[in-house]
Design a protein around this ligand. Structure first.
Ligand SMILES: [Zn+2]
Length: 429
């Protein structure tokens, strides 16, 4: 009896498969394949892949008799822009640098092209120092003297590091904590003021804290067998407690060691109408690189350049249909500039406050900064969303710190302070 059923089942299956298979056209399918790869490369800001796949989609598009004129135009632009940047070796010209209250404003003559900013920390005598290396050129920079209210910062030193890089060095006897913003023609560095009063928070803000992994998914397994899922759950619980004490409404995607699907996590955040979504993780790196340590925070931002965004935005809807579900989500996200900006701000506040709080007590805390990344977990969230990497479980020193309760508490306070700083700015403006 069962055998007959099985045979019937197999028969139905074959029938279904046959009726669904359609005539295929190799060249057209290749064209679609490379078009998807091309879009993915644009959205991920991968220039090399973008060019390679653009070339291939044109070749197969021509073979399949698909109009490829617009792609050929893109190819021409592509060649021109890469030549021009090389040929002219563009250096952004700075108009002036000014200080107002606790901000330093670096004003450029034109829209900034190279927005590479390096931020490092050091010590010199009594001073704790935060150094900014910023791309740009300013005449007479070595004769420039900047001053800030001593209650905020002891000293600012500015000089030309080389022909196309300036260095702004912020020095204070207490730890210096700054954030920065890049605008069209302006970079603004803001020094966090000391002894600032804890703002009275609106108790209406809702936060979704997402402890990564769980259950059979251990996440990264590191030095001495420590598991990412345990560390991130512990830090999430601590941060939840701190934030609730400060008056926030806080939800968790998991409060115990259970597995949750990625989709469930953001869906829950959307359902609870969370104002922000923070996914908490720990890093690891392959054998041979155990020395790597440090903290980084990601936000989802598919398009890296204005050109990439323009290309994505001007494409027609048929291209969206040709993409798979994940690419569609990313593609749509690319249009939601406001949410990306908010996520970027939140990431900066959380990253800076984690570092600031850890450095008070611990040495050699590495800052890997705020980064853009195509994380699927962040795609579905309808609110500003970031992913925090607390440290490397693969590093012998950092892994010991990560399982230490006091260290976890400092991380949790850092995250909470970052959230405070973020909402503080929003409610002000
Ligand atoms: Zn993880």
């Amino acid at each position: 009896m069962i055998q007959i059923f099985i045979r019937l089942f197999i028969f139905c299956f074959i029938l279904a498969t046959l009726s669904y298979s359609q005539p295929t056209d190799y060249n057209y399918n290749q064209f679609i394949k490379y078009k998807q790869k091309y879009f993915t490369a644009i959205l991920q800001g991968n220039k090399a892949d973008e060019k390679t796949n653009l070339k291939k989609l044109i070749i197969f598009g021509d073979k399949a008799n698909v109009p490829t004129k617009k792609y050929k135009k893109e190819m021409v632009k592509f060649d021109k822009s890469s030549q021009n940047i090389k040929k002219y070796n563009i250096i952004d010209q700075i108009q002036d640098i000014k200080v107002y209250s606790n901000n330093i404003s670096i004003n450029y003559k034109n829209t900034i092209i190279d927005t590479t900013i390096k931020k490092t920390n050091s010590k010199k005598g009594l001073y704790k120092i935060e150094n900014y290396s910023i791309k740009g050129n300013l005449k007479d920079i070595n004769n420039l003297f900047l001053k800030m209210d001593k209650k905020i910062l002891d000293k600012i030193v500015v000089y030309g590091l080389n022909k196309n890089t300036i260095r702004i060095s912020l020095r204070d006897k207490k730890a210096v904590n700054t954030t920065y913003k890049i605008k069209n023609k302006q970079i603004i560095i803001t020094v966090q003021t000391r002894n600032k009063k804890q703002p009275i928070l609106k108790k209406t803000k809702t936060i979704m804290l997402d402890a990564g992994h769980g259950g059979y998914d251990s996440g990264a397994v590191g030095y001495g067998g420590i598991r990412e899922k345990d560390i991130v759950l512990s830090v999430t619980k601590k941060a939840t407690k701190i934030l609730r004490n400060r008056g926030y409404k806080v939800f968790n995607t998991r409060a115990t060691d259970i597995f949750r699907q990625l989709k469930y996590r953001t869906k829950l955040a959307n359902k609870m109408r969370a104002d922000i979504f923070i996914s908490i993780h720990a890093n690891s790196i392959e054998r041979g690189n155990e020395h790597v340590s440090g903290i980084e925070t990601y936000y989802l931002s598919p398009a890296r350049s204005e050109r990439a965004k323009a290309v994505a935005a001007t494409e027609n809807r048929a291209d969206i249909r040709a993409m798979d579900k994940s690419s569609i989500d990313i593609f749509l996200m690319a249009r939601n500039r406001a949410k990306i900006n908010e996520s970027n701000k939140l990431a900066l506040d959380v990253q800076n406050n984690m570092l600031f709080n850890l450095k008070k007590q611990y040495n050699n805390i590495k800052d890997h900064g705020v980064r853009k990344g195509p994380f699927w977990i962040l795609v579905g969230a309808q609110m500003p969303a970031i992913l925090v990497e607390l440290g490397f479980v693969s590093n012998p020193i950092e892994s010991k710190r990560l399982i230490n309760q006091a260290y976890q508490q400092r991380l949790a306070i850092g995250i909470a302070n970052g959230i405070d700083a973020y909402f503080d700015k929003i409610t002000k403006f």
